[in-house]
Design a protein around this ligand. Structure first.
Ligand code: SF4
Length: 706
């Protein structure tokens, strides 16, 4: 194959694999996809989803033209209507009457411009993202402990560890290339220990020395027990605690109150005492430990506390800021971290600054040359849809996401959107469950047409580069937002390309960010002078990137200095809490939701690949044989799953991988693909009070043959 390879980045999970794409036929969107051997996150490997990207880049299902109330219109008509409607609603009801609900599928440049418009010029912080459902508890954990949303580790640390603890993560299916790196690390170093803590026996067990099938929701308690064990066995790093941390005594006392007795602890966690003892002994005795945690930790009403319970153990043993060490959140989307960098969460300002810090607000206001910067946090994802339902929000702009399928209590979300005075959706897909409800539909460019950057889960910024010209009248999201901003009367949105936006974003990150004064964690000012050619040629790089760290930064906290006011990391005292809704006689099972190997989110792209659809062709419910017997369910028959919030149908998969008393259902199916297979209709809308992340892993349900 002689075509020139275009280096770009996979648009699915947070591993952010590099791709070499060769366009074979531009007119018919035929492209050969291979892993980029030089990309440091995947070194040429791709999983099934990434390898099948060539099946998803055709015109089938694309939204190609703007529409208002079902009629095709031209761009100026659509943009004028949007600007006029937003201005009218803001004039009558104030800036908090409008909201944006955006996505980890957006590029950093798209995210930056959307956040600038809402927080900097409309003057509300009502912009939140589907990343709220994915990593917001991890953000709270990092900010409380380190004073910043800063992931310490990188993938290489997995290969340098003596012990990897995987908690609430089925990395084999959800972050497959990171998992393959762990598998290879174990082959290369048989002494490497891997322990999986997960209620389910998943494919990630394949490489685990031990699987602790913990009772759902008990992770915080387990890590409190580990903290007590470290203290009682002389495994604390007293010097590290004294020099670099604060709050240890209170955290230990609180942990002791909940987890003093080892036998009781093992029983409450539902794990064999000898397995728990082995995990604790390895954690205490081995030098290099990485704890990987994902949605099993984050998607919980106490997800933030669970993250800090993990971080506490790494601080207490000094296993952080060194090669092969650290707490390492695996987040789901290709650009979950890029969204955080620009302030894509309703409780963050741009460049990791804080809405509630007047100095930060003043700094951003001067940089953006505006007097309107929001000064209080906006509504988080679940709150946004509640506010639409009760009439506080009149206009919503949804970008590149499908909340009708992905949000908990989905029936309520549909009703809210139906009564929204003005619903605007920009997307590359024509007929998602959400796009169908929109008053105005705007065609956005898709992955193979986009041009900008994403940041993966190890802080690595990579380029997404276009393979084709935009299809139909599709436009980049940053262009659409900028055009609306200008029509609303705002200056500062005259961008000609994504390179200009990236430069501005990089410059803001370094604006008055004085390292000598402590500084902020997110600083990519070393990239603020890139010209177009340099931006085009940008190679993957991990932030911070400053004048002193031009090559990027592989690992944080190596000097034992954190981003808190004192420069010390904070232990957090934690009292473990059970899931908000316990099973009842009417709803006796716990519903756990998650991804499957070969589908992505609401399947708008991966379902276009016949190969990917072969893996799991329809919604299924995994249930233990005892429970199947008890509720009269036969393998491969249909079952109805019901909660207090709604119901769905799924094919029965009887499996001992599932614990008695709980069931698992994948999150992907939409009402369009399977009219009764949408699990979001069943999931409870409970959220973590600190992070706002929904408790998508623990909804009480009942099940019956259908
Ligand atoms: Fe890599 Fe994730 Fe894409 Fe798979 S889905 S190729 S692991 S980025």
């Amino acid at each position: 194959m002689s075509k020139t390879a275009i280096k770009t980045t996979c648009p699915y999970c947070g591993v952010g694999c590099g791709i070499e794409a060769r366009v074979l036929d531009a007119e018919n969107h035929v492209v050969n996809i291979a892993g980029d051997p030089q990309h440091p996150s995947n070194f040429g490997r791709l999983c099934s989803k990434g390898a099948a990207l060539g099946d998803t880049v055709g015109l089938e299902g694309r939204l190609l033209y703007p529409e208002i109330d079902g009629r095709r219109v031209d761009w100026p008509t659509a943009l004028d209507r949007i600007a006029a409607k937003f201005n009218a609603i803001i004039a009558e009801h104030g800036p908090d009457a409008v909201a944006f609900y955006v996505s980890g599928q957006l590029l950093t440049e798209d995210y930056y411009v959307a956040n600038k418009l809402m927080k900097g010029f409309i003057g509300s912080a009502n912009i939140d993202t589907n990343s709220r459902l994915c990593m917001s508890s991890a953000v709270v954990g990092y900010k409380r402990a380190f004073g910043a949303d800063a992931v310490p580790c990188n993938f290489e640390d997995l290969e340098r560890a003596d012990l990897i603890v995987l908690v609430g993560s089925n990395a084999a299916w959800c972050h497959p290339i990171a998992f393959q790196r762990m598998r290879q690390a174990k082959i290369d170093n048989p002494a490497l220990k891997i322990v999986l803590i997960d209620p389910r026996q998943t494919s990630s067990c394949d490489i685990a020395d031990r699987h602790l099938a913990i009772k759902p929701g008990m992770d915080g308690l387990l890590f409190n027990g580990l903290l007590v064990y470290l203290a009682d066995t002389g495994a604390l790093d007293q010097d590290y605690i004294e020099r670099h941390c604060e709050g240890f005594a209170e955290a230990l006392a609180t942990a002791r109150a909940s987890a003093a007795d080892f036998t009781v602890l093992a029983n409450r966690c539902g794990v064999a005492a000898h397995d728990l003892a082995q995990l604790f002994a390895w954690f205490a005795g081995l030098d290099k430990v990485v704890t990987v945690y994902s949605q099993g930790i984050n998607q919980s009403s106490s997800g933030s506390d669970k993250c800090n319970a993990i971080i506490n153990c790494h601080l207490a043993s000094g296993k952080i800021g060194k090669p092969g060490c650290g707490p390492f959140s695996f987040t789901g989307q290709p650009n979950a971290m890029g969204g955080r960098e620009v302030g894509g969460l309703a409780n963050m300002l741009a460049a990791h600054m804080d809405l509630e810090n007047p100095a930060h607000v003043d700094r951003v206001a001067r940089f953006w040359q505006t007097d309107s910067v929001a000064r209080k946090p906006g509504l988080k994802a679940v709150e946004i849809f509640d506010a639409i339902a009760d009439g506080r929000i009149k206009a919503l702009w949804i970008m590149a996401t499908n909340p009708v399928v992905s949000m908990p209590d989905a029936a309520k979300v549909i009703e809210a959107l139906k009564q929204c005075e003005f619903l605007l959706v920009s997307d590359c897909i024509a007929n998602t469950d959400t796009v169908e409800l929109a008053h105005v539909k705007l065609p956005a460019t898709g992955w193979s047409e986009k041009d900008g950057t994403v940041t993966n889960l190890e802080r690595r910024i990579s380029r997404q580069r276009p393979l084709f010209q935009p299809s139909g009248e599709a436009k980049p999201d940053w262009w659409i937002v900028s055009q609306v901003a200008k029509r609303m009367g705002f200056a500062g949105f005259d961008y000609r390309n994504s390179a200009e936006i990236f430069k501005e974003h990089a410059a803001l990150s370094g604006f008055e960010n004085d390292a000598a004064q402590g500084g902020r964690d997110f600083d990519i000012s070393g990239l603020a002078t890139l010209d177009q050619a340099q931006f085009d040629a940008l190679v993957p790089i991990q932030w911070p990137v400053t004048s002193k760290t031009q090559g990027g930064t592989a690992r944080l906290f190596e000097d034992g200095r954190f981003f808190t006011d004192t420069g010390k990391a904070r232990f957090i005292a934690l009292e473990p809490r059970a899931p908000m809704h316990a099973p009842t006689p009417d709803y006796p099972l716990v519903l756990n939701t998650g991804r499957i190997r070969d589908q992505w989110h609401t399947m708008t792209r991966t379902a276009l690949s016949a190969k990917l659809n072969q893996h799991k062709p329809e919604p299924f419910v995994e249930i233990h044989p005892q429970d199947a017997l008890r509720w009269g369910l036969k393998a491969n028959a249909l079952a109805r799953i019901e909660s207090r919030w709604g119901g769905m149908l799924a094919r029965v998969d009887v499996s001992e991988a599932q614990q008695p008393g709980s069931v698992f259902v994948p999150m992907h199916w939409t009402a369009q693909l399977s009219s009764h297979g949408r699990v979001g209709a069943v999931v409870n809308p409970v959220v973590d009070p600190l992070s706002g992340q929904p408790e998508s892993k623990q909804t009480p349900v009942r099940i019956a043959a259908w």
